[in-house]
Design a protein around this ligand. Structure first.
Ligand code: FES
Length: 200
């Protein structure tokens, strides 16, 4: 006699039908980026290759502009993990994109310090000037606007991270100048505003 209740139906096991986002074109790392990744892998034990998933994703995004399903598969093969493992990381972090983005990604922090110092008005001003909503890219393909959580520079709120560079103490009034500088000076305008803060 069994104390286990009898199941009224045959047990079925969950079978994932998960499919990766947009596979995109075929993807393999360029020889230079593959060499860079191989160098990163030397820092981890051979059975801990998965630890290099963030650097691998950065390299893929640098190469293609965003992360495709085929890029995730390629990374999974190299790191000996499943594509779903890679996709879990991609979907967790806001700095990885799964669709094309503008030349400059404006990441506006919306967490407490920035929110209290007017981040919402900064976002509104950017939306008005670029005629887009958060998550969208302007028609020229120059700017993508994203709202993100704390960028770690809370004492200089509100913070807007443009690509990998911090712009701190941003105000709604300074947003126009920031966009113009990025349009005219390109990457050289990505200097942040540390000096402006020190002068206060
Ligand atoms: S709350 Fe915005 S940088 Fe920390």
């Amino acid at each position: 006699m069994s104390f286990h209740p009898k199941m009224a139906y045959d047990a079925t096991f969950h079978k994932s039908s998960r499919t990766l986002a947009d596979p995109g074109p075929p993807f393999t790392f360029t020889p230079e980026r593959r060499a860079r990744l191989d160098e990163v892998l030397t820092r981890y034990p051979p059975d801990r290759k998965r630890s290099a998933v963030l650097p691998a994703l950065y390299l893929a995004q640098q190469q293609h502009g965003y992360i495709t399903g085929n890029a995730m598969r390629h990374i999974a093969e190299i790191l000996e993990i499943t594509p779903a493992d890679v996709e879990d990381v991609v979907s967790y972090y806001t700095m990885f994109y799964t669709k094309p983005v503008g030349r400059f990604v404006l990441n506006v922090c919306r967490t407490l310090s920035c929110a209290l110092n007017g981040a919402e008005r900064v976002t509104e001003e950017l939306c008005a000037k670029l005629h887009i909503k958060p998550g969208e890219t302007d028609t020229s393909g120059t700017f993508t606007l994203v709202e993100v959580e704390c960028l770690g520079a809370c004492d200089r709120a509100p913070v807007v991270m443009v690509n990998d560079a911090w712009h701190e103490c941003v105000s709604p009034e300074s947003v126009g100048h920031m966009l113009d500088s990025l349009r005219t000076r390109g990457e050289s305008a990505l200097t942040g505003c540390h000096l402006a803060v020190e002068k206060r």
